[in-house]
Design a protein around this ligand. Structure first.
Ligand code: PRP
Ligand code: ZN
Length: 284
């Protein structure tokens, strides 16, 4: 029995999806042109497909789970369940204009033609705001539409912004934010479900690890209590005496998010020799 996962073959989510599985200790070969792989050390079969097709694969039970952008699900809802957000592949669906055109607010899109591969999301966005634009659906290379006279504006995914920039466009409005999510089909049987549970356990420990850092530092003994309070850790910080009398070494875990703020306070409190390491897995 194997769990079947569908991931993007090429594009912005492909690399992150492969990296995430590998960090979960799942080895497989993914040469170019490969459409299918069996994991070497985990009961998983991987399908490499176009991202737009992933929700269908999962809804039709061709795959049990998949990794896909929220944008794809919002455009084309399917009978799949979102298991969790994966924290990578962050991007936004935005409306962009030629750099030379001035932007007079959303109302100025009334009667204008906008090219997009996301007609449903954009249609809802305009409808909610009472704007009547002519949404022109095209499936790819949306960004060239204004320069060839096909549309007045575009609505497409932006991550670094380099595609917009190199096509002389500028972003004027965010329609939705998106990131990669794990989806599953309803009705996975018991044995496959338990493989999914194992995979989820690994995914969560990798994700928790990526959001945290391991920190170690030296502190004078009389400051140790104050410093330890800044570093709650998973349970409480570890404290060990240094060979030098009157000093301790403190080890703990700190969230990536709080890190810079806490580091300043640690230094003020008398911490020295602060080392920060990344964590591979974290199991609470
Ligand atoms: C997206 C999107 C844009 C580009 C934007 O394509 O369609 O063309 O990335 O990225 P940038 O702001 O970093 O330049 P993606 O690779 O996700 O493939 P797809 O949309 O064709 O599936
Ligand atoms: Zn795509």
């Amino acid at each position: 029995m194997k769990l079947r996962i569908a991931i993007q073959r090429s594009g912005k989510l492909a690399e992150g999806s492969i990296a995430l599985l590998k960090k979960c200790g799942i080895g497989f070969s993914n040469g170019t042109g490969k459409l299918r792989a069996e994991a070497e050390d985990f009961p998983l079969e991987i399908f490499f497909i176009r991202d737009d097709d992933i929700p269908d694969y999962v809804a039709d039970s061709v795959a049990d789970i998949g990794i896909v952008g929220e944008n794809i699900l919002a455009e084309n809802p399917k009978r799949v369940e979102v298991v969790e957000k994966l924290g990578f592949g962050r991007c936004r669906l935005s409306i962009a204009l030629s750099r030379l055109d001035k932007f007079d607010g959303l109302d100025s899109f009334n009667g204008k033609r906008i090219a997009t591969s996301y007609p449903n999301i954009l249609g809802r966005f305009f409808a909610e705001r009472g704007i009547e634009a002519d949404i022109h659906e095209i499936s790819g290379s949306v960004e060239i539409a204004p320069s060839i006279g096909l549309a007045d504006a575009v609505c497409d995914l932006v991550s670094s912004g380099s595609t917009l920039f190199s096509n002389g466009l500028r972003e004027v409005e965010t329609v939705m934010e998106s990131q990669a999510v794990l989806i599953r089909r309803p009705g996975i049987d018991g044995e496959t479900e338990s493989i999914l549970e194992q995979l989820l356990f690994r995914l969560r420990s990798v994700r928790a690890a990526s959001q945290n850092k391991y920190i170690l530092l030296n502190a004078p003994k009389d400051k140790a209590g104050e410093i330890a309070r800044l570093l709650p850790g998973m349970k409480s910080p570890t404290m060990m005496p240094l060979a030098e009398e009157g000093w301790v070494s403190i080890h703990s875990v700190i969230s990536q998010h709080d890190f810079w703020e806490v580091v300043d306070r640690l230094k003020q409190a008398g911490a020295e020799g602060i080392l920060v390491l990344s964590i591979d897995q974290m199991i609470a």
